[in-house]
Design a protein around this ligand. Structure first.
Ligand code: NAG
Ligand code: NAG
Ligand code: NAG
Length: 254
């Protein structure tokens, strides 16, 4: 009898607090330097979040450069910078914005960057330090197209991707995201997937061969926070919401 009463009294508040804790608050940048693919990312985010947290709730907020603040970040679990122009995004949010995001991630925040958002993370915010070989290759405008990407063991483990569905090469759209040699990255950057084919159509003589075998998806623990950077675009045809679902779970350490 005493046990039953204790159990009943204890159970209800526990349920309420765990329900409240499952709202994932995502802030997606849509300001200057965000390209059209940002809207595709906004489109697929709900399905990726539903897959990541089948019993959870989410709140996706979009923000412009003048809305980036410590207040916004205090109400955010995961910040996402989309494709477009990395330099455009960096100039728009400015040194103060770059430093704000770095310190928020260091304090436990989660960051996902895709294409320009990956450039922003590597070359402007400095999530991967200042390794040799940065900034990335010149000329950077290789051209756009589908490429073959191979998910590595680390990618299967950290992103929880189905080993059968993602066996072999996965086709993902590439639109001039960062191309960096794995050997130029710090040793604690995780290699989750590699480019197995490349795009070099704009400057074939200068760029052919450079992209083969370089990291397509990487991640790193930065202070108390976590960062995932996509060079290609899993939100564009072919749309692969599972990749973002896995990245969201890893970035949030959930
Ligand atoms: C989502 O977050 C925004 C910004 O914090 C807040 O204003 C809004 O009320 C939230 N919406 C829901 C449905 O919780
Ligand atoms: C991935 O594609 C590359 C280039 O076409 C090919 O050499 C490689 O064998 C493929 N890997 C798998 C696992 O299918
Ligand atoms: C990329 O591949 C997808 C299907 O895998 C296709 O729908 C899309 O049109 C392709 N994009 C380009 C630019 O070839």
């Amino acid at each position: 009898m005493a046990t039953a009463l204790f159990g009943g009294a204890f159970f209800l508040p526990l349920l309420l607090s765990s329900a409240a804790a499952t709202t994932t608050r995502v802030s997606l940048y849509l300001g200057t330097g965000a390209g059209d693919s940002a809207l595709q990312l906004l489109d697929i985010l709900p399905s990726s979040l539903d897959e990541a947290f089948p019993n959870g709730d989410h709140n996706i907020t979009t923000f412009l450069e003048d809305e980036l603040s410590s207040d916004l970040l205090a109400r955010t679990d995961l910040v996402i910078f989309p494709g477009g122009s990395g330099t455009g995004q960096a100039n728009a949010i400015g040194e103060v914005g770059l430093a704000l995001i770095l310190s928020w991630v260091n304090a436990g925040g989660a960051y996902i960057g895709t294409c320009a958002g990956a450039f922003l993370g590597m070359s402007h915010i400095g999530f991967y330090g200042e390794p040799a070989g940065f900034p990335t290759q010149e000329p950077w405008d290789r051209g756009d197209g589908n490429v073959s990407v191979e998910v590595l063991d680390r990618g299967f483990e950290d992103l929880g991707l189905d080993r059968d569905a993602f066996a072999g090469n996965v086709t993902i759209m590439y639109e001039e995201g960062p191309v960096v040699k794995a050997s130029d990255l710090p040793a604690d950057v995780n290699l989750l997937a590699l480019f197995r084919t490349e795009i070099a159509s704009n400057h074939p003589e200068e760029t052919e061969g450079e992209m083969l075998g370089t990291p397509a998806i990487t991640s790193r623990e930065v202070g108390g926070g976590r960062v995932v950077l996509n060079s290609p675009h899993p939100e564009l045809q072919p749309i692969i919401p599972e990749i973002y679902a896995g990245e969201i779970l890893w970035a949030l350490n959930a």
